[in-house]
Ligand binder design. Structure first.
Ligand code: ADP
Ligand code: TRP
Length: 330
């Protein structure tokens, strides 16, 4: 079966190694032969958290460059900004009207934000955050995506997308494709410098596009325990070990485990980690340094990408409008 692979990254801050391991690398490795891929910059999603227009513009550029530097071929895929395909917002409203409020009440991101409030649970919460999963469902359902590679933090959003699509199909016609989430490591998200989920929101990231020196500096900042060199180290729940596993093979992992058992110092363990990450990122960095010089290139690529994507989106939205009773006036 021909697959339609789709994934997006929110345009806040700089792309990091969690985005790379959870979304970019698996998404780029997945398409085979006749599969089609849709990769996009979720800039409307970023408005929920970010009100700094310069930051959003910069992040769009950084994340676009990250995809292209990691090997995205704009000729062979659909690569666009969410905001350049307005049909997605139109679909988002339609989906708002078939989605139960109760479903959104259960969303982890929204619940986590209300849990931080003491007196008024709604303090500081905008409707964008509340209906975030609906816009994400529109991103996915707009293009009849069959496979959505994401990090394990997005499992619930994908379940909601499936629920919303099923509800629409039940109420109207089975027009929306129910997508499969593709999750690299279901148990784990990539951890950041402080041991929490690596996330732009926590400021604990290892940036993907930093130069070698900065990369090393970030890796040396990973929080570890105070065990001395010579004391055996536990590789369970260890950020250094978990990161290492994502950049190497089984044999090397066993070797690294042996070092832990023998009491490698944290400094040496981090040095080994730096070397594997740096080796994988070197060609990506080289491509980035080349692309960053040509700002017009990114704009051209994104313009062409959204033109291509809109051909599909327009056809789909017309079919959807037809079944809901809002037809085009001829
Ligand atoms: P952030 O949490 O830093 O804002 P995004 O929400 O924009 O990152 O995530 C974009 C993609 O990268 C999603 O598929 C998400 O699951 C993945 N991702 C982000 N952080 C991680 C992480 N720490 N581990 C694995 N995947 C991640
Ligand atoms: N919600 C995703 C995140 O924050 C980003 C995203 C938006 C996305 N729309 C999407 C991912 C559609 C996959 C498919 O990580």
């Amino acid at each position: 079966m021909k697959k339609r692979i789709l994934t997006g990254i929110t345009t806040t801050g700089t792309p990091h190694i969690g985005n790379y391991i959870g979304a970019i690398r698996p998404a780029l490795e997945m398409p085979k032969d006749k599969d089609e891929s849709f990769f996009f910059l979720a800039d409307y999603h970023s408005l929920i958290k970010n009100k700094d227009s310069d930051d959003i513009k910069q992040s769009v550029e950084d994340i676009a460059l990250a995809w292209l530097s990691c090997g995205l071929d704009p000729q062979k895929s659909y690569f666009y900004r969410q905001s350049d395909v307005p049909e997605i917002l139109e679909l988002s409203w339609i989906l708002n009207c078939v989605t139960a409020k109760g479903l959104m009440n259960r969303a982890h991101a929204y619940k986590a934000a209300t849990a931080l409030n003491t007196n008024d649970p709604d303090k500081g919460i905008n409707m964008g955050l509340f209906s975030y999963p609906i816009l994400m469902a529109a991103d996915i359902l707009m293009f009849d995506s069959t496979h959505v590679p994401v990090g394990s933090d997005q499992i619930q959003h994908l379940e909601m997308t499936r629920d919303i699509a099923a509800r629409f199909n039940h109420l109207y016609k089975p027009l929306l494709t129910i997508p499969e989430p593709i999750i690299e490591d279901k148990e784990k998200v990539v951890l950041g410098l402080d041991g929490r989920k690596m996330s732009k929101s926590y400021g604990n990231v290892i940036p993907l596009l930093d130069d070698e020196k900065k990369l090393k500096k970030s890796i040396m900042k990973i929080v570890t325990n105070s065990l001395e060199p010579g004391e055996p180290k536990d590789s369970n729940d260890c950020t250094v070990f978990d990161l290492y596993k994502n950049f190497t093979d089984k044999e090397k992992i066993t070797e690294f485990q042996n070092h832990y058992d023998e009491g490698i110092s944290w400094g040496d363990a981090k040095e080994i980690l730096f070397n594997v990450i740096n080796e994988e990122l070197m060609p990506i960095r080289a491509k980035y340094n080349e692309l960053v010089k040509d700002k017009d290139y990114i704009n051209d690529v994104l313009r062409d990408g959204s033109n291509k994507a809109r051909v599909i989106a327009k056809q789909k939205i017309n079919e959807i409008r037809e079944v809901i009773g809002i037809t085009n006036i001829s």
